[in-house]
Design a protein around this ligand. Structure first.
Ligand SMILES: *[C@@H]1O[C@H](CO)[C@@H](O)[C@H](O)[C@H]1NC(C)=O
Ligand SMILES: *[C@@H]1O[C@H](CO)[C@@H](O)[C@H](O)[C@H]1NC(C)=O
Length: 311
């Protein structure tokens, strides 16, 4: 009996202690996680692309996050959906966002590749998954500083297939040229508190129970003024590793509400099996290998003008 009482007392002490820690804001404030470097000023640009934004402003800039070792994906994107071209009379340009690598050989290869194609934005922060927020902010900074003349920008990844033609068509139809942000919307989603999860967030990093509305990081699109706004507000927003949520927090502070691009789903963060008729009516699909990009691109290009009955 006494044993049971002692256990009860122990359990209540633990619960009260946990509650005290949770409720006392003094215990939340100090954080070892917040990086000491600034989100904006982190590092100097190592490479800047030849973007011709002043002379010939693109309608849409595709900002593709890529890791130094993913040269094969970049090459496939350059020859498929990221090809520099005019879609419905609108200029589209794809650029790659890269961080720095400690490998000297890889760094040299990336520099050479960038000089050859003039399509790389690179800063000297370490290129790791946990630094993805810095990479996104670098993209925002680049649009803000060097390409505010663009009408829209999309942030996406190098394992994505983007149907640029359909995206341009939808953007023209939507006709929202300022304070516009779209993608696959997540509303009232919850932070993951399980340590083993890739998207784990401690209460120190993020103390609230839900996230503001944000768009899946595999592909979101915004009017170029949003890049400047996010760039400026980002300094006063608590840094978190989840870049898409971080951008959502910036948008919340700016009172910009992410909106649907279309009434049906067009962004597919989980991927979608390929068929010409299906891919004609999507904006993005995930988990695409370089060889698949070429196949899908060829499939779509070679079937132009053919009909899709039932679609
Ligand atoms: C992010 O980049 C900075 C600057 O290079 C580096 O000091 C830091 O270790 C990187 N963080 C992670 C989590 O990789
Ligand atoms: C787009 O919006 C502008 C201003 O709101 C309007 O003047 C213009 O006619 C619209 N264009 C189309 C194609 O709907």
């Amino acid at each position: 009996m006494t044993y049971l009482y002692m256990r009860l007392i122990c359990v209540s002490l633990v619960v009260m202690g946990a509650l005290w820690c949770y409720l006392n804001p003094e215990n939340v404030k100090p954080s070892k996680v917040t990086p000491v470097f600034s989100k904006r000023a982190s590092g100097a640009f190592l490479q800047l692309p030849d973007s011709a934004c002043e002379r010939n402003a693109p309608f849409l800039v595709l900002l593709v996050t890529s890791a130094p070792q993913q040269a094969a994906a970049r090459s496939a994107i350059r020859s498929t959906w990221g090809r520099e071209r005019t879609v419905r009379g609108k200029r589209v340009r794809a650029l790659f966002l890269l961080g720095a690598t400690p490998s000297r050989d890889l760094a040299r290869a990336v520099a050479r590749e960038g000089q050859q194609h003039r399509d790389t934005v690179q800063k000297d922060f370490l290129d790791t998954y946990d630094n993805l927020t810095l990479k996104t902010m670098m993209g925002m900074e680049w649009v803000h500083r060097y390409c505010p003349q663009a009408a829209f920008a999309m942030k996406t990844d190098s394992d994505m297939f983007i149907n640029v033609d359909y995206l341009v068509e939808l953007l023209l139809k939507k006709n929202q040229t300022s304070r516009f942000f779209t993608g696959l919307l997540y509303k009232n989603s919850l932070p993951v508190r399980r340590r083993s999860n890739k998207w784990f967030l401690s209460r120190e990093e993020y103390q609230w129970g839900t996230f503001p509305t944000y768009c899946d990081g595999t592909g979101y699109v915004f009017s170029s003024d949003v890049a400047s706004l996010v760039y400026h507000v980002s300094e006063s927003v608590r840094f978190i590793r989840l870049e898409d949520v971080f951008v959502g927090l910036c948008l919340q502070k700016l009172k910009i509400r992410p909106r649907q691009l279309h009434t049906v789903q067009t962004f597919f963060p989980k991927g979608l099996p390929f068929s010409v008729c299906r891919y004609r009516k999507i904006v993005s699909s995930h988990h695409i290998k370089p060889q698949e990009m070429r196949l899908y691109w060829y499939g779509l290009e070679s079937s132009r003008g053919e009909e899709c009955p039932g679609y």
